[in-house]
Ligand binder design. Sequence first.
Ligand SMILES: *Cc1c(COP(=O)(O)O)cnc(C)c1O
Length: 404
Amino acid sequence: MPGYELFGAQERKEVNDVLETGILMRYGFDGARNGVWKAKELEQEICNTFGAGYTQLVSSGTAALTTAMAALGIGAGDEVIMPAFTFVASFEAVLSVGAIPVPVDIDDTITLDPKAVEAAITSRTRAIMPVHMCGGMAQLDELKAIAAKHNLLLIEDACQAIGGTYHGKHLGTIGDAGTFSFDFVKLITCAEGGAVLTNNEEVYAKCDQYTDHGHDHKGKDRGADLHPFLGYNYRISELHAAVGLAQVRRLGEFLTLQKRNHSIIYNTLKTVDGLTFRRIPDPAGDTGSFLSFFLPTEEMTRDAVAELQAAGIGGNFYWYDNNWHYIRKWQHLQSGSWMNRLFDEQKKQILHYSNQAFAQSDAIMSRCISSLTSLLWDEAQAQERAGKMAAILTRVITAATTPA
Ligand SMILES: *Cc1c(COP(=O)(O)O)cnc(C)c1O
């Protein structure tokens, strides 16, 4: 998954272009910048690469989610349905616009269960936020149909699935808005950064304003810009955009390596008796960032995690115990530990939804291991890793299922 693994001459060249001019900000200074507009160039490159109508770069993936929701008019008291398994940023972003995150169960796709989504809809629901976790994708046809039927917005958190597709369309371009993260461990990185993708010109214009204190960016003089709406500062710098520009141009190279290594691991692990795999709604569109698989029981899964670790085989994530990706461990959300005070009504609703039971998700996540794909392995290294993993998994499953 991580683009930082292949940082090199291309990235340095783009950054140097910016250092030559010394104009590190994306707006203004038209003369002094000598024609160097990395953020603008990257936005165009993202539109071309992913087939998005419009792209707004921002300072992080979290900022991208906040910006997308603000631009779509999601705010006070609105409920946003999202999966109980995601990175905590998706929740933070909903809270940041004054809305209420409504976590619901995932299914064997380890993304939103459409049935759970439909069951969670109330008169206050405004949006569904599928999170395309671990390089794969949510069931977008089903979710789109639910959104259309109930007149809800669809916001794709595609931060972990850059380059993935669903029936030929890029993840992040299918809903009313989609978001990417370019943080340091994503497939494309620029150290810190993100993007909102949309095909709606008005939503894009609002993103453009929201991320720069409300500037309408219509004139040549920043000081004379109008501010039709309140905004904040979620700008990306030219230095960050420069790195991103080099990385996006290498997306094809990264994906080819990632998919090759992913299939080497998959082709070996699929011969392990008793192992099952995450259901991918459109297997051709999977990015291969992770291979996510299930053991028959939680106990076997815990044994396997421990044995893989003891054997020095890194990159095998057991999200069920993870403090950042699964709701079970989000004590701050469940206990309402905010530094600043919330409106009582908002806090009450957040606590109500966050403290539900997620038995269906528990039953899936407690048996799930996600194995990271490195871009740096050559074929022999991927094969060696696959062989070692298969031997351990076979041993664990056999030991647990053979009568003593
Ligand atoms: C990384 C990530 C984000 C947030 O991105 P940052 O750039 O780190 O703020 C949001 N959602 C998911 C699913 C992520 O993996």
